[in-house]
Every structure is written in C-alpha cells, then in structure tokens.
Design a binder for this molecule. Structure first.
Ligand SMILES: Nc1nc2c(ncn2[C@@H]2O[C@H](COP(=O)(O)OP(=O)(O)OP(=O)(O)O)[C@@H](O)[C@H]2O)c(=O)[nH]1
Ligand SMILES: [Mg+2]
Length: 432
C-alpha cells in the first residue's frame, strides 16, 4: 500500500526551498516540467505515488500545498518545474506582511488558514493511507514561523496519529538582518518542540559558511543555499520514494533517530558539497572512505554548532548511487574500532547505514548524514541570546500586541526553548 506524504510550503523561504526540493525529486522520478512521466526505469516509478498524485496519461501533480500572505513570491516559484503544482493548491493573501508574526487576528488571515486546511483534507482524501506531513518554512518569517506553526498545531489536532516532520530554516545575521527575526524564531521553535515529531534544522549560518568557505561563492544567493537544502531533502526522502530502503517511511525514520521525544531536532551533513550546477561526474574520483570523511566533517554540517563535546543520541547515514556497500561497511567499522588519536572525525557506535542505488542527478556517489546530537543546543543558544537582547529592551513588541500576542507569551516561549537547551546539557552530562 502506498503511504503518501502531504507537503506544505509556507512563506517565502518555505516556498523557495520547497520548489528546489520538488524540482530535484521530479527530475529523479523522470517527470518533466509539466509533470509528465516518460521514464522507463521501474525504480523511478514504483513509489512515485508517495509524493505525486497520478492523473490521466501518465501526468502527475505534487501532493503539495503552497501558501504565503504575499502573492508575489509565486511568480518565480511557479515557473519552470513550478508549473507542475496544482493551481488550486497555491494559496495566497493580499499583502506582504514583512516580518509581522502571523496570527488569525484578521478575518482574512483566519480564512487563509481554513482554506489551507480544506485543501489538506482534499489531498488526504486522494490518498490510500497517508503517513503524514512535511513542511518547509523559515522559523524567522512572519508567515513561515507564525502561519507555519498555526498549521502544525491544527493539523496535529485533526490528524493526531499522522507523522509531522518539518524542514525548518534557522535565521542568521550573516544572511538577513530582519529586526524581529529572533522573536519569530523563538516563538516558532517553542511550537516545534510541542507539535512536531521530527525537525530537520537547516541553519542559514552554516549554509552561508559552506557556500563562502567550502564552495568559494563570494556572495551566496538564496538559490545557492536552497540547492544545498534540496540535496539533503532529496536524500532524506529517497528512503521513502525508492523501493527496498531501510527507514522506508517517516515513522520508521523518526523511531530510529528520535529516542527521547522532546529531543527531535536533527542536524544534517551532505557530501560531496556542490554548487548549483555540479560538474557531471565530479564525484568520479570520490572513494568510499573519502565520502565518509567528508560526511563526518563538522564543516559539512548544515547547523552552525560547536561539536567539541557533542554526544550522539542517534545517527543515520544514507548513501546513494553506485555505492560500494562492503567497502563502506568495512570503512565505518574500521574507523569506529580505531581509537587512535589521529583517526578522522569520531563515528558514533549507533550509526545506522542505508543505501539507495538511485543516484543523485549529476553525482555517481553521494551521502547524507542525519544526526541527533547535543550539539544542536548551540543554535538555540545563539537565538536565545539575540531574543533576550531584544526583549530586555522591550523592542518592537507593539506590532505583536496589536495582533493579540503579549509579553508573557514571549517569556514562556524562550523559557521553553531554554529548557530544551538544559535537556541537551543534562544528556551531555549523563553521557560523560
Ligand atoms: N535558506 C533560505 N532562507 C531564506 C529564503 N528566503 C528567506 N530566507 C530567510 O528566512 C527569513 C525570513 O523569512 P521569510 O521566509 O522571508 O518570511 P515569510 O515566511 O515569507 O514571512 P514574512 O516575514 O511575513 O514575509 C530570513 O532569515 C531569511 O534569511 C530562502 O529562499 N532560502
Ligand atoms: Mg514573506
């Protein structure tokens, strides 16, 4: 039976990363820009229904709902591969709220939320047995953070037994200096703690550093950051989209990676790191050991963390392409058993490996590491500091109050997030 996934893109960042993801997976499944399948590979087609709905004559549409208050962003999102999206699943308001935290305070905003839920219900009816939701958004956006988390809590209420996963972009001053971003981020993260099963964190600070330091892009554009995000999203979902994989659905993946329910914030690393247009065959020379070394390099992590005394709660590696499985298993075992000081980055004992023969486009061999480790606390500490600096000065609270959100809710949100940091620190201390 097909276990479908319903995708939601919310806000500018959510839609831009979402569309990079859909373009990547459409190509991998042999779909063209209009959603027509003309492939011959059964592997590509067997589980295509997880993410795409079939219509007549081998035409497919993404099981995706796109929403933003700002209608303008859809011009770009709906060109090229964006033509695949169902037009009636593209929902927008009338204005650019420019960072203002989304609430259902205005009737038209409440209507927009209700419209999304109606479309979700229709998508759910079109599924055999849908397994859950994935949502892309920026926690720092008024729409991505505000509307994104309102939708999460409503969906949790309506579909309590379905999985809830998000790909959540964390803000960085290196990329954007929006004045209220720390407020939005902390308010949203507090909701993600309560209403999500698994959160894949994509930290703009780390994505920016990868672009400038590793890929030598002088001034990275969002498209560069989003390319990296779409690579890991494609790998993570490869287990669900292609036959015969371990972690073959969201629930199994979450069960393996989330051992303590509250500690469900995951970091990811990708190798080989490539620019938007990778040289075809650039990974020809990449050996299994070279790939593993890169995947475990702290600088490949897409969250800006001090990994100094990190402890792993769980860890999973996905290898794609012409994978020399035995060589990889041997190499992982060798490094794990080798306690010498000069060995490369530590590989955790509980690393789980999985293999997908369907390669990423343009690469012979690639891999994504998903780690659940205590190092993620550094992202939350960074945001907590920025948030507290603003709140101590009571800056920019007025627009929130105008929409019914008061200071005590800010204090509650930050203490929820600070408690999460303490949970990670406690785990660290217990593991010493
Ligand atoms: N990686 C990445 N980050 C983005 C992108 N677009 C915006 N951001 C980041 O997201 C945050 C702002 O969120 P947006 O998604 O623009 O906001 P929104 O959800 O549309 O909500 P509004 O604030 O109401 O416009 C900032 O930290 C930006 O740096 C993108 O395409 N990729
Ligand atoms: Mg916006």
């Amino acid at each position: 039976m097909v276990r479908e996934i319903i995708h939601l893109s919310v806000g500018q960042c959510g839609n831009q990363i979402g569309s990079a993801f859909w373009e990547t997976i459409a190509r991998e499944h042999g779909l063209d820009q209009s959603g027509h399948y003309s492939g011959i590979d059964t592997n590509q087609h067997e589980k295509i229904d997880v993410y795409f709905q079939e219509h007549q004559d081998s035409n497919y549409t993404p099981r995706a709902i796109l929403v933003d208050q700002d209608p303008d962003i859809f011009n770009a999102v709906c060109s090229g591969y964006g033509q695949m999206f169902r037009q009636d699943n593209i929902l927008s308001g009338k204005y650019n709220a420019g960072g203002t935290w989304f609430t259902e305070w205005h009737d038209e905003d409440a209507k927009l939320v209700e419209q999304v839920l109606e479309n979700v219900r229709r998508e759910a009816e079109n599924c055999d047995c849908f397994q859950g939701f994935q949502l892309t958004h920026s926690v720092a956006g008024g729409a991505g953070g505000g509307m994104g988390t309102i939708l999460l809590s409503k969906l949790r209420e309506e579909y309590p037994d379905r999985m809830m996963a998000t790909f959540s972009t964390m803000p960085s001053l290196k990329v954007s200096q929006g004045l209220v971003e720390p407020y939005n981020a902390v308010l949203a993260i507090s909701q993600l703690i309560e209403n999500c099963d698994v959160v894949f964190c994509l930290d703009n600070e780390a994505l920016y550093d990868i672009c400038t330091e590793r890929l030598k892009i002088a001034q990275p554009a969002y498209a560069n950051l989003n390319h990296l995000a779409s690579m890991v999203m494609s790998d993570i979902s490869a287990s669900f989209r292609f036959p015969g994989q371990r972690n073959s659905d969201l629930r199994k993946m979450a069960m393996n990676l989330v051992t303590i329910p509250r500690l469900h914030f995951l970091s990811v690393a990708y190798a080989p790191l490539t620019n938007r247009q990778p040289d075809v065959g650039s990974s020809h020379k990449l050996t299994a050991s070279g790939l593993i070394q890169q995947m475990f390099k702290p600088k490949n992590l897409m969250t800006a963390c001090d990994v100094g005394n990190r402890h792993y709660l769980a860890c999973s590696a996905i290898f794609r392409g012409r994978v020399p499985i035995q060589e990889i298993e041997d190499h992982v075992r060798f490094i794990r058993d080798d306690n010498s000081e000069c060995s490369m980055e530590r590989i955790p004992d509980n690393l789980q490996t999985s293999y997908c023969s369907q390669a990423t486009q343009g690469l012979d061999l690639s891999g994504t590491l998903i780690e659940n480790s205590t190092a993620i606390q550094h992202v939350f500490q960074r945001l907590s500091k920025e948030f507290t600096w603003l709140l101590c000065r009571k800056q920019y609270l007025f627009p929130y109050e105008m929409r019914g959100l008061y200071e005590f809710e800010f204090t509650e949100a930050v203490s929820n997030m600070d408690d999460l940091v303490l949970d990670y620190q406690l785990y660290n201390a217990q593991s010493l």
